[in-house]
Write a protein that binds this ligand. Structure first.
Ligand SMILES: [Zn+2]
Length: 138
């Protein structure tokens, strides 16, 4: 299931203005690959969004993402294991959505939709488990 790569929309004076997916503040460069502003694009930060779902029998699992399981494993398996921060809650994410902000070869931050906040440990586990998979698609 493809996820929208579109930036969150915020009301500017007269328009709904797409804002940068990384900093959620500055305007997005039109048609920028990851929906970023100039500053975030220059700093090499890349956002990746995933959608989780409850797993039968308990816990959570990744159901869709902007990276395939294989690409997640190749790019982010080690950085995810090294990530020790705690996820933050963000309003711009939809139900069961989670977003990684990466910078160079590390995971800089993890953001979650409010509905995941109470299960943030399970969400991180689901992400790390997903990064062990070698499948081409979810
Ligand atoms: Zn930005």
């Amino acid at each position: 299931m493809p996820l929208s790569a579109q930036g969150p929309r915020r009301r500017a004076a007269l328009f709904w203005w797409p804002v940068c997916r990384v900093c959620l503040k500055r305007p997005e460069i039109p048609d920028e690959r990851y929906g970023r502003c100039e500053t975030c694009a220059r700093s090499g930060r890349v956002p990746y969004r995933f959608r989780l779902a409850s797993r039968p029998g308990g816990g959570l699992a990744v159901k869709a993402g902007e990276l395939s399981p294989r690409a997640l494993r190749q790019k982010l398996r080690e950085p995810l294991l090294a990530f020790k921060g705690s996820p933050s809650t963000k309003q711009h994410l939809g139900l069961h959505e989670l977003e990684l902000i990466t910078a160079k070869d590390r995971v800089e931050s993890v953001r979650m939709a409010a509905d995941l906040a109470a299960q943030s440990e399970a969400a991180m586990t689901a992400l790390r488990e997903a990064a062990e998979r070698t499948d081409a698609s979810w």
